[in-house]
Design a protein around this ligand. Structure first.
Ligand SMILES: [Fe+2]
Ligand SMILES: [Fe+2]
Length: 191
């Protein structure tokens, strides 16, 4: 697995977390209870692993592409780099809104809106990377360059731990809890 495979794999794991977040937003918009603490955990995941790890790795890729003077569409890297900054700000906004909902028990509307803004930005952002940035890097960056990039990725990851593992933890946190068999039996008997 080379550096570009690592980034694409991370996209898939980030998307799985965002899919469960999106379903939670839909439930909240339908008037169902949503857990502000889960939204807060998601915001922390986005800040630590998406902004702090995945985006940091992509910035290494973008700098390498510039250094090798790849024939990029002017403004493309500025656009995706700028979206990293916006994504980080939106994740902080989600964190603040979830904290306020949790602390003050206020209406989750602003927390849901913050999550929706993040989801919308991220969807288009990943599409551009997968369809325009990564294929160009795959075609034109020499294998030894990708290998050196992989080493730099490992250093970035060392300070956070693997994104893939953190995404799995988030998916388990969102999974509906099932009552244990003993609890289910005692519930049935009590009626
Ligand atoms: Fe990105
Ligand atoms: Fe990305």
């Amino acid at each position: 697995m080379d550096a570009l495979d690592v980034l694409s794999l991370e996209h898939r794991h980030i998307q799985r977390v965002l899919d469960v977040l999106e379903r939670a937003v839909e439930r909240g918009r339908a008037g169902e209870f949503v857990s502000a603490s889960l939204f807060l955990r998601t915001a922390n995941f986005l800040l630590t692993y998406v902004d702090g790890s995945h985006h940091a790795k992509e910035m290494v890729l973008f700098q390498t592409m510039l250094a090798h003077q790849l024939p990029l569409n002017p403004g493309l890297l500025a656009q995706v780099s700028g979206e990293h900054g916006t994504g980080g700000e939106q994740a902080k906004a989600l964190q603040r809104a979830a904290e306020a909902t949790l602390r003050e028990g206020m209406d989750p509307g602003s927390m849901l809106a913050a999550a929706e803004a993040y989801l919308q930005l991220h969807r288009g952002h990943t599409d551009v990377e997968e369809t325009q940035v990564f294929p160009l890097a795959r075609r034109l960056l020499p294998a030894p360059v990708l290998e050196r990039m992989r080493t730099r990725f490992a250093r970035i990851e060392a300070s956070h731990g693997p994104l893939v593992d953190a995404a799995e933890v988030m998916l388990r946190a969102f999974a509906p809890t099932r009552p244990s068999r003993a609890l289910a039996v005692s519930s049935v008997r009590s009626f």
